[in-house]
Design a protein around this ligand. Structure first.
Ligand SMILES: *Cc1c(COP(=O)(O)O)cnc(C)c1O
Length: 376
């Protein structure tokens, strides 16, 4: 059996090696390492794939979030609502910009932001909601949109884990994750569903004016060369990374299908086990399985993880500490117990190997080891 990894990027590369090597070599030959033609070319291709009117590539997903909040003109003191059960990036950029992060609890089943919790967290100072489409499935964005309209708030979607996921509105209309709010932010970190071979990210928007502001901010706030009209940052996607992404983008749908196939295999085996809960599917979103995350309810999660590691099955805890319990984000407004669902999830979630190269032999071994581990 091929050794099992959380993410097997080597095997994925080997299948497309000639295309990738050629794309990289072309960039090196041109020496256009920054702002090469491949960057805009990839952006246009990602626009057609996602349906976003504008895709603006940047250096990484965290900076995409920061640039989004800068482009919306948020000011110190403005409150931004984000889930407490997620990666740190959303709260981090809010704090760095001097905005006030307001965290809310999530749903037990989908692990995504609770709309009810958002409703309760809105104050006159609230300016934006940053839903995270966690683990590859859209947060319930339609009711969030109505809330945002009602209270005049922006929505910035963190779609770092959900590129390609599709949301269906109550009228039957569908849209891709990241193209629904004012701005969507994604990451091309190597292990993401569309990953490059280093760091990368992008912003999506359907608004021409916002797109213009985003481009200016990402380029030192520069309108005409050496004329700086706004405070900006330096955030660029390398040409080599763009060339790699442009080569991988045509494979994204088959990558998603491979992840969904592995998830179905997991589901079938685990559905009958009363010690674990499989990830719940949202009614109105497809799931692109950036992670396949179990909730271990009938056994000790850390013991299960240890047993798996011993058996050669890597498993990870995304995320062990909710944002409101992080040391750097200690805040008199929040204490342990305030967000019981997130705290319970942090104690019981376990993500299994999930990538495009999992074969039946590996899936059979992983599932067998998980069942053994939860029963012992
Ligand atoms: C990966 C990730 C980010 C940050 O992306 P980087 O490219 O690593 O900066 C932000 N939010 C979520 C939910 C992520 O998973």
């Amino acid at each position: 059996m091929t050794p099992i990894q959380m993410v097997d990027l080597q095997r994925q590369y080997r299948k497309i090696k000639p295309e990738i090597d050629e794309a990289i070599q072309t960039v090196i030959n041109s020496a256009a390492f920054v702002k090469g033609a491949q960057v805009e070319q990839f952006a246009r291709h990602l626009e057609s794939y996602t349906g976003a009117k504008h895709v603006i590539p940047v250096a990484n997903g965290t900076e995409a979030l920061q640039i989004a909040l800068m482009a919306l003109g948020l000011k110190p003191g403005d409150e931004v609502i984000t889930p407490t059960f997620t990666f740190i990036a959303t709260a981090e950029v809010v704090a760095l910009l001097g905005l006030t992060p307001v965290v809310v609890d999530v749903e037990w089943g989908t692990m995504n932001m609770s709309v009810e919790a958002v409703r309760k967290a809105i104050t006159p100072k609230t300016k934006a909601i940053v839903p995270v489409h966690l683990f590859g499935q859209c947060a319930d964005i339609e009711p969030l949109l109505s809330l945002a309209r009602e209270h005049n708030l922006y929505i910035v979607e963190d779609t770092a884990q959900a590129i390609g996921a599709k949301y269906t509105f109550s009228d039957g209309r569908t849209a891709q994750a990241g193209t629904i709010g004012e701005i969507g932010c994604t990451s091309f970190f190597p292990s993401k569903n569309l990953g490059c071979y280093g760091d990368g990210g992008a912003l999506f928007t359907n608004d021409d004016e916002l797109a213009q502001r985003i481009r200016i901010i990402a380029n030192h706030g520069m309108t005409i060369r050496y004329h700086h009209d706004m405070i900006g940052v330096n955030s660029r996607l390398d040409t080599i990374q763009a060339a790699i992404l442009d080569t991988k983008l045509p494979h994204l749908d088959e990558y998603i299908a491979a992840r969904q196939r592995a998830a179905e295999y997991y589901d079938k085996v685990f559905a009958g086990c009363d010690k674990i809960l499989i990830p719940e599917r949202s009614r109105n979103s497809t799931h692109v399985f950036h992670q396949y995350t179990l909730r271990i309810t009938g056994a000790n999660r850390d013991a299960v993880r240890e047993a798996l590691t011993k058996a050669g099955v890597p498993a990870m805890v995304y995320y062990p500490i909710p944002l409101h319990m992080q040391k750097a984000y200690q805040d008199a407004r929040y204490k342990q117990g305030d967000f019981p669902v997130a705290e319970r999830l942090a104690a019981c979630v376990l993500s299994l190997p999930m990538h495009t190269e999992l074969d039946d032999e590996q899936l059979s071994y992983i599932t067998e080891q998980v069942l053994n581990a939860v029963k012992s």
